[in-house]
Structures are given as structure tokens and as C-alpha cells.
Design a binder for this molecule. Structure first.
Ligand code: AMP
Length: 761
């Protein structure tokens, strides 16, 4: 089989307990490696002693329960938060440092027991963990000397472990993971060729067994008050006594319907009472319902109902509470499965994952374009012109046919072949300004539940101000609510932006990605550069309240966006004489309208009759452009109208930033109108606005068919040509702040960026 055990491990780094697993050399199945005391589970508790010693695991947990000093636990709940979590004997510890101590202990214990050095690990985290918490976990692992192959989601790991033993193609498994401090619910499907696919995930990482414990504390304190007439204001030790006993009582209630409880209250004496399961269930029903609502939401995300769930898999220590299984059975009509060991399944699944190939990046097409407001004092916030289109969430067909008998074991070889596709629980967005320029919004860049690793196919673009600023700020968010209700991943400052002599707006492209660990990355480049611009992360300002208020007036002004326009003029025989003269005059007038246009303009010119000829490539030199227009002669490309200009239009405008417009002037009927309309539609699909303008015997319907965008086709008198071209130019430039001509389509060749640095090993 060729697998060396002990070198690659799966680690369940739980809020309350940890476990380590490897693949067994003989059977190839994942097994738990106990610690050197023979325990399969190590409590996530640390005790610091006065003489500088550190105790980890059961002994520390016992000390904690006895109320000894120097003990700390549940620090996982604060992962990703800055600052000290606890201080003992003159030293302070952050959640990352505490997790590193725990991980180092697990590593050393496993090495002691297996006799082999660990060289790689997969560590699990709640699916609902944000980018910061995931980065913090990686940092803790590095501090512990662990080489992390991947961070994976706990429910995913549990499902993989379950899948090895109970493979059924098409089965949809709801993994209900209620641990000590977190709750996650995840839908996973077993697909063809041993592929496990996470469909959707949601959770609440402030909800867990500890909340049930505190409800029990409430029940006990109420009883002490009602039955003994005392409270913690009389006997402050009541709080501590009750807290210490609650978890134990909760566990006893999974075995019995009623238990006698005796609590020693210092200063008062012993207090005895009884607690029933019914009381406990009643006081915690809302917590269960919270989990039920989240289950409903992951199903709704996938257009599924409870009837589509093949099995409910219980994971996490708190699913031992009787009411959890009962509640889920009530909801789903299924008896939840508990074939996986709630304390071990996650580590076992991680041990399978550590032997699997790493997933590749997928690309999300965000068909929107951002134009920031440079008047907003270089805030770098984007101003969005168009409703974005993002790739549709996956929506599997309903009611899967599940093959094979229940509980069929997958062969070991297949288990190793088992591939897994995971998703990011949170949408990724940026703080932006709404279309009207009045309000700050959370602009989604990568929707929730996209397969990871994932990146935006097209970078976002925006323009620095003409004032020569060379830095811009971006606030990246996770979540889908208003900016201030979301998790702010970070403030990223893109620097080193170069300006050209013209002081024209500068194009910066931003790319966002979730790496395979669910960590957010931001990259930026200038123009068509292939080098990344330097980005530094700065602390998010404490006062972000401005983003909850309307955009201040001067901040709401909108920037003019660049315009690229191509004019195609019919030069067939019928245009000879005055018509061509009037047409060329009108085209020059069009060019003149852009003299003071702030956003930057490029104009190109095509002559078309039997064939299309580019007379002037796109240029910002307006005099040169006018000279080229004046050089146009009738019949220069043939006498008849056999050709069309749209292939050249497409080529000229491809890759251009900002508004892209084509104005096509015709005076008669073209020979191959259907071909021309088809070619025009290709331009439309690339979101190029086409304005057909005709005079004389031009075909109005044809002009309408080739036109696309907010401006209508026009049939005008020859004498009105100059005026009409001027009007078109004014509308295009005046329309800038509303972006009616905004280009929404992402060019498929927009970007070919490498994976974020951290992923390049
Ligand atoms: P985990 O984070 O998955 O290790 O789960 C730890 C949580 O499971 C803690 O809140 C424990 O109190 C809870 N737990 C463990 N055993 C039981 C049990 N028998 N009954 C109720 N809760 C339990």
C-alpha cells in the first residue's frame, strides 16, 4: 500500500477537545492516535504553573474544574481576534499562542506514541470560520512547528470519514455539527467516481454546548433562589459553583430523565435539588430551533427540502444530548445517524484528506465593473454601475436516486481516490458606493458557497484620481449583510501606483481569491502589468461608523469613466458628393465634443462599403483623428455595400476600459444585412453600445437591429447630421456618471494571474 503512517496526521483542533488521527498501515483506515496517557481525546485546556511549567489536556482540565489558578480554555472562540486572551504570572497569551501550545503538545505526544516525526498535517476548523480565524489557525500551527498541508472544514472531514464506511452514490448527507462552542450545518453529496462535494454550509460560531451549560446555570440559580432564598449577591461563590457543575449535570441528563444535584456553596453549606430533562429541554428549545433554522437555510440555498436529505449525520459532543436527535427526527422524518464517533470523526476524516491531492482553483466570473469615485479622497471604494451577474449557485436536481445498500463500505483504494470539493461559507465583498452615489454597500465579489479555492475571473478595475495619488484603500468583507454587520477581513492598501504625464485616471486591477484553506487574498496590478503592486494590510480603523451613514455630498460625486468610440461611415457610391462631406463634418463635430472630457477618450474611424477599412485606430489625439476623418473618400473601399464594419469594431474595442461605443452611419440598404446584424450582435454580447444612424434611403429596421444600448437608432435628415452627431457625443459623455453604457461583460482573457503567494509552495 506504500503509506507510511505517523508522518501525515489529521488534527481536530476543537474548542473543548482535540484528537489526532493517521491512516492505519495495515487496513488503510483512519485510526485515532491516543496521547501518551492512552486517551483518544485531549481536552483543549492549558494550565500555566507558577514555576513556568505548562500542563495540557486532562490534568489541566481537572485543575480548571477544581478552580486552580493558571488555567485557560475555550480560546478557540477568540481565534482571529487581536490582543491578549489571558495573563498568568506576569505573562500574557493571545489565542494564537495558546492554540500553538496545544498543537505543539498534540504533535509531540503523537510523535512519542508513533515513534515517527510528523511532517505534514491537515487541521480542521468550523466551516463557519472566517478568513481571519483560518489564518490565525495556520499561524498557530507554524508556531507549533507543524507543516500544514491544508485547513479543512470539520463537517467535511466528518462526512469523509462517514463516506469511507457508508458510500452511496448520490446520497445527500446533512452534517449537523454541534460542538462545545460552535455550530455548523453542511450538506454534502456523494457523487460519481468517489467524489464528495460540499453543496452548502452555514453556521453560528457563537452557539454550542457552552450555551446549553449556561442555561443550566440559569435553572440552578433559579432553584437556589426559590428553594434556599439566596443569590449570588449574598454568596458570590454561587456563580462559580454552578458554572463548574453545569456541564457535568448536562451530561448526566443524557443518561437519565431526572437527577439529584448537590452543590457545595462556600459560606452557606450544601444545597440539594433535582433537575429534570424536561426542564432542561424547555429552557433550551430556542437554541435547538436556532440550529434548525440554519439547517433550513442551507437546504433553501440549494433549493432543497428536508425530503431531499438522505441521512442526517450527528457530529460534535453536544449531539449526545437526547433532544438533538429527537428534534432532528421531528424535522426531517429521519432517524439521525450516529455511526461516526462524535469526538473522533473529524480527526479521522482529516487523516483521509491529508493523503489526497490538493484541489485546483476555480474561477468565478463577476460580470460587473467598478468605477471608484476619485473625489472620495482616494478612499478606493468602488462605485458600481451595473447590477452584477455572478455565476449561478449550484442547484442540483431534486430528489436524488440513491444507489446501493445502506452502509456499503468503500474499498480502501477508492477511499484514497476519494476526492473532495469544498465551499467557502461566506460571500466575499468590498465596501462600495451604490449606483446613486448615496449609500455605502457591501458589494459581493465572490458569492457564498462557491467551491474553493476560487478567484474572480476578472479583476476589478478602478481609476485613481487625476490628482496623482499613488495609494488606494480597499475594505474586504465576509458576509452578505450591510458593511458594518459583516466581518471586515481587512483594510488593504495598494501602493506604488504610477502616473503618466497626462495625469489621466490610472487603471488598477484587483483580484480577490479564497485559497484552498478558505483564506482571503487580494492582489493588484496596474494597467496590463504582470507584476503585482505592493499591498499592505493596515489595522481596520476603530471608527467605521461612516460606512453606516449616507455618503457625504462631496464623496458622492462620480468620476467620469473613459470612453472608447469607433465611428464607421458608409462610403459607398451613394455617399459621393455632399452626403460624404456632411457625414465627415458631423464626425469631426463628434470628436470636438470630447475636448474637455475628463475621463479620457479614444476615438477610432472605419470606412465601409464593399469591405471595411480602419482609417484611424483608437487614438486620444483628437486633431489626428479629425485629420484621418478628413482623408476619407467615397468609394475608397468599393462602390457597393457588401461589407460591414462590426468585425473591426470588435477588434478595436476589445480589452478597452470604460464605456465602449460604436456609431455606424449608413445612407442606404446593405447587401448582406443578416450577416451584418449577426456580426453586430457579437458586439452587443460584449456589451458594446451600437448606435445606428441613417439618412436618405437607409433601412430603419436594419438600423434598429444593429443598435444596442440605451441610445436608440436614429433616422435623420442629411442636414441634421452635424447636430445629431453632436447630440450623440453629448449623451455619451453626460451619461457617464450613470454608466448606462457601462460594460458588464468580463473578457474571458482578462486575467491570468498566479495563485496567491501563500499557495505557491
Ligand atoms: P466538541 O467541541 O465536539 O468536543 O464538543 C464538546 C461539547 O460536547 C461540550 O459542550 C460538552 O459539554 C458536550 N458534551 C460532551 N459529552 C456530552 C454528553 N454526554 N452530553 C451532553 N453534552 C456533551
Amino acid at each position: 500500500m506504500g503509506i507510511k503512517i505517523g508522518k501525515k496526521v489529521g488534527v481536530d483542533l476543537g474548542t473543548t477537545n482535540c484528537a489526532v488521527a493517521v491512516l492505519d498501515e495495515k487496513t488503510g483506515k483512519p485510526i485515532i492516535i491516543p496521547n501518551s496517557q492512552g486517551e483518544k481525546i485531549t481536552p483543549s485546556v492549558i494550565q500555566f504553573t507558577e514555576d513556568g511549567g505548562v500542563i495540557v489536556g486532562s490534568e489541566a482540565k481537572e485543575a480548571f474544574e477544581l478552580g486552580e489558578s493558571g488555567c485557560t480554555s475555550a480560546f478557540k472562540r477568540n481565534m482571529g481576534k487581536e490582543g491578549t486572551y489571558c495573563s498568568f504570572y506576569g505573562k500574557s497569551y493571545t489565542p494564537v499562542e495558546l492554540s500553538a501550545i496545544l498543537l505543539r503538545y498534540l504533535k509531540e505526544e503523537t510523535e512519542k506514541v508513533t515513534g515517527q516525526k510528523i511532517d505534514e498535517a491537515v487541521i480542521t476548523v468550523p466551516a463557519y470560520f472566517y478568513s481571519k480565524e483560518r489564518s490565525a489557525t495556520m499561524q498557530a500551527a507554524r508556531m507549533a512547528g507543524l507543516n500544514v498541508r491544508q485547513i479543512i472544514n470539520e463537517p467535511t472531514a466528518a462526512a469523509m470519514n462517514y463516506g469511507v464506511n457508508h458510500w452511496r452514490e448520490n446520497a445527500v448527507i446533512m452534517v449537523y455539527d454541534l460542538g462545545g462552542g460552535t455550530f455548523d450545518v453542511t450538506l454534502v453529496q456523494m457523487k460519481k467516481d468517489s467524489q464528495m462535494v460540499t453543496l452548502s454550509t452555514a453556521g453560528d460560531h457563537t452557539l454550542g454546548g457552552k450555551d446549553w451549560d449556561s442555561r443550566l446555570c440559569g435553572i440552578l440559580k433559579q432553584k437556589i433562589w426559590e428553594e434556599a432564598g439566596i443569590s449570588s449577591s449574598d454568596y458570590p461563590e454561587i456563580d462559580r459553583t454552578v458554572t463548574r457543575s453545569a456541564e457535568k449535570i448536562k451530561k448526566q441528563l443524557t443518561e437519565r430523565r431526572e437527577i439529584r444535584v448537590t452543590l457545595p456553596i462556600p459560606g452557606y453549606g450544601r444545597f440539594t435539588t433535582s433537575v429534570t430533562l424536561e426542564e432542561f429541554e424547555k429552557s433550551t428549545r430556542d437554541l435547538l430551533e436556532k440550529t434548525g433554522n440554519l439547517c433550513g437555510s442551507v437546504l433553501a440555498d440549494m433549493n432543497m427540502g428536508w425530503e431531499d436529505v438522505t441521512d442526517v449525520l450527528l457530529v460534535g459532543g453536544s449531539t449526545r444530548m437526547k433532544q438533538v436527535a429527537e428534534y432532528l427526527e421531528e424535522k426531517s422524518g429521519h432517524t439521525p445517524l450516529s455511526q461516526v464517533h462524535p469526538d473522533e470523526a473529524v480527526a479521522l476524516g482529516a487523516a483521509i484528506q491529508v493523503h489526497q491531492p490538493l484541489p485546483e482553483y476555480t474561477v468565478v466570473t463577476v460580470a460587473s465593473r467598478a468605477v471608484p469615485d476619485d473625489s472620495r479622497k482616494n478612499s478606493g471604494l468602488f462605485n458600481f454601475k451595473k447590477k452584477e451577474k455572478v455565476s449561478e449557485p449550484k442547484s442540483p436536481e431534486r430528489k436524488y436516486k440513491v444507489d446501493g445498500p445502506v452502509g456499503q463500505e468503500i474499498s480502501f483504494d477508492n477511499a484514497l481516490k476519494m476526492t473532495h470539493v469544498d465551499v467557502a461559507a461566506h460571500a466575499m465583498g468590498v465596501i462600495a458606493v451604490n449606483t446613486e452615489g448615496t449609500r455605502y454597500i457591501n458589494k459581493t465579489i465572490i458569492p457564498a458557497n462557491q467551491r474553493i479555492p476560487v478567484k474572480c475571473a476578472e479583476a476589478f478595475r478602478y481609476y485613481t484620481s487625476a490628482k496623482g495619488e499613488n495609494e488606494v484603500e480597499i475594505y474586504v468583507l465576509q458576509g452578505e449583510r450591510e458593511p458594518l454587520d459583516c466581518q471586515i477581513v481587512g483594510k488593504y492598501v495598494v501602493s506604488g501606483i504610477r502616473h503618466d504625464r497626462t495625469q489621466n485616471p490610472t487603471l488598477i486591477r484587483i483580484q480577490y481569491s479564497y485559497d484552498l484553506n478558505g483564506v482571503v487574498h487580494v492582489q493588484a496590478r496596474q494597467g496590463n502589468d504582470t507584476r503585482d503592486l505592493p499591498i499592505r494590510e493596515e489595522p481596520v480603523p476603530e471608527d467605521m461608523s461612516k460606512y453606516g451613514r449616507p455618503v457625504e455630498q462631496e464623496e458622492g460625486e462620480l468620476i467620469a469613466e473613459p470612453i472608447s468610440a469607433v465611428m464607421a461611415v458608409d462610403v459607398s457610391g451613394s455617399m459621393s458628393g455632399q452626403p460624404i462631406k456632411d457625414a465627415l463634418k458631423a464626425m469631426c463635430n463628434f470628436v470636438d465634443q470630447f475636448r474637455d472630457y475628463e475621463g479620457g477618450v479614444k476615438i477610432g474611424v472605419i470606412a465601409v462599403s464593399d469591405r471595411s477599412q480602419v482609417v484611424q485606430q483608437l487614438t486620444g489625439d483628437l486633431e489626428k483623428c479629425k485629420a484621418s476623418i478628413r482623408s476619407i473618400k467615397s468609394c475608397m473601399t468599393g462602390v457597393c455595400n457588401a461589407g460591414h464594419p462590426f468585425a473591426d469594431v470588435l477588434r478595436m474595442l476589445k480589452g478597452e476600459e470604460g464605456k465602449r461605443v460604436a456609431i455606424v452611419l449608413a445612407d442606404g440598404v446593405w447587401e448582406h444585412q443578416d450577416t451584418a446584424i449577426e456580426a453586430a450582435k457579437k458586439c452587443h454580447r460584449k456589451d458594446i453600445s451600437v448606435i445606428g444612424i441613417g439618412f436618405g434611403s437607409a433601412d430603419e429596421k436594419f438600423l434598429r437591429d444593429i443598435s444596442h444600448g440605451d441610445m436608440e437608432a436614429m433616422l435623420v435628415a442629411q442636414s441634421e447630421l452635424v447636430h445629431s452627431f453632436g447630440k450623440i457625443a453629448q449623451e455619451i459623455s453626460a451619461d457617464r456618471s450613470r454608466g448606462k453604457h457601462g460594460r458588464g461583460g468580463a473578457d474571458s482573457d482578462a486575467l491570468t494571474w498566479e495563485a496567491p503567494d501563500e499557495q505557491r509552495k
